[in-house]
Design a protein around this ligand. Structure first.
Ligand SMILES: Nc1nc2c(ncn2[C@@H]2O[C@H](COP(=O)(O)OP(=O)(O)OP(=O)(O)O)[C@@H](O)[C@H]2O)c(=O)[nH]1
Ligand SMILES: [Zn+2]
Length: 306
């Protein structure tokens, strides 16, 4: 049978099968991503084939279908080990707030660069709209225009008051969407608003790794009542882009990508090189300074990590 992995504990997988039933499955055999060692071979969002064990309702996964995309975390530079968080996403939503607490532009830019690296279309959801009036709304519009100008859709909502939630449901309908956001932005409130009664509550499972050095958190996949799936990443503070090499980073900043081939040197890092088209665009205000600062910050951070 074919099915969709909707929950993972690292040793057991809940598979939503073609027949509409959820089966508990184990894995047989090895499933590897080429070039990467993973602590978990299969993640939520994976499409698999499985067989039922004789006289049992439990299944054995024997085939993993090709993935459209997947996200991992942990530095493969450092440890050569990574955890697959989720697979086969259609889009990624980052929930952010401008107050209580304010999401930094750097955090947003890291997320967007990560989404670019994984080729997952990203959308920004500005929550807590109810807290803003006049001046606050002007600042909100300024923030949104930074990102809308470079092609990232932005939406304002209030999970508390339900403002603009039907619009968000329209975006989520029949898609598999990754939900991300740092603590306090109202991610749980939004998810609860989208899942009345929580049609599936796949509590996160934590377990020590082999060496007991860290705990592992698995993503949760929720079935949306109006069609589609929502992947929550509890405990995953930030999706890392640790596996991006510094010299590739410019590709993951949309507005830089197209300019880069106009730099004088074809190995330009856009840091301090003469004839850099990116630096010129920043000076002329064509590239937002905050975006370029985020680029530099990630660039230097990754450089020291590599
Ligand atoms: N004013 C206002 N407050 C909100 C809104 N959405 C959530 N909050 C509040 O913000 C706080 C954090 O909300 P949560 O939903 O727990 O946020 P979270 O992002 O899931 O945070 P963690 O649970 O720490 O991961 C709570 O006190 C919510 O009541 C909103 O739209 N407007
Ligand atoms: Zn350059």
């Amino acid at each position: 049978m074919q099915g969709l992995v909707i929950k993972s504990t690292g040793s057991w997988y809940q598979v939503h099968a073609e027949d509409g039933v959820d089966y508990d499955c184990r894995i047989k055999g090895k499933f590897r991503i080429q070039g990467i060692q993973t602590t978990n071979p299969i993640a939520v969002g994976d499409l698999v084939e499985f067989e039922l064990e004789p006289n049992s309702d439990n299944g054995v996964i024997n085939k993993l279908n090709d993935r459209k995309n997947y996200i991992i975390r942990k530095s493969i530079n450092l440890s050569k080990q990574a955890q697959i968080i989720a697979a086969n996403m259609d889009q990624a939503f980052l929930v952010v707030t401008l107050a209580s607490p304010r999401t930094s532009l750097g955090f947003i830019d890291r997320f967007l660069a990560t989404a670019e690296a994984y080729s997952i279309p990203a959308t920004l959801i500005f929550n807590k709209l109810d807290l803003f009036h006049e001046e606050g709304l002007t600042i909100l519009d300024e923030y949104k225009s930074i990102y809308e100008n470079i092609g990232y859709p932005c939406y304002s909502v209030s999970a508390l008051e339900g403002t603009n939630m039907p619009e968000i449901e329209g975006l989520l309908k029949d898609k598999t969407t990754l939900f991300s956001g740092h603590s306090g932005v109202g991610k749980s409130s939004l998810i609860n608003a989208l899942l009345p009664g929580r049609s599936i509550k796949t509590g996160e499972i934590s377990g020590a790794s082999d060496k007991g050095q860290h705990t592992t958190t698995f993503a949760e996949m929720h079935t949306l009542p109006f069609g589609g799936y929502l992947i929550d990443t509890p405990g995953i503070r930030e999706l890392g882009i640790f596996d991006i090499r510094p010299e590739e980073l410019g590709h993951y900043f949309r507005e830089m990508r197209d300019l880069m081939n106009m730099c004088r040197f074809n190995n330009c890092r856009h840091v301090n090189e003469p004839g850099c088209a990116v630096i010129k665009a920043v000076e002329e205000g064509e590239i937002e300074l905050s975006r370029y600062e985020s680029y530099l910050s990630i660039y230097h951070g990754n450089e020291t990590r590599a």
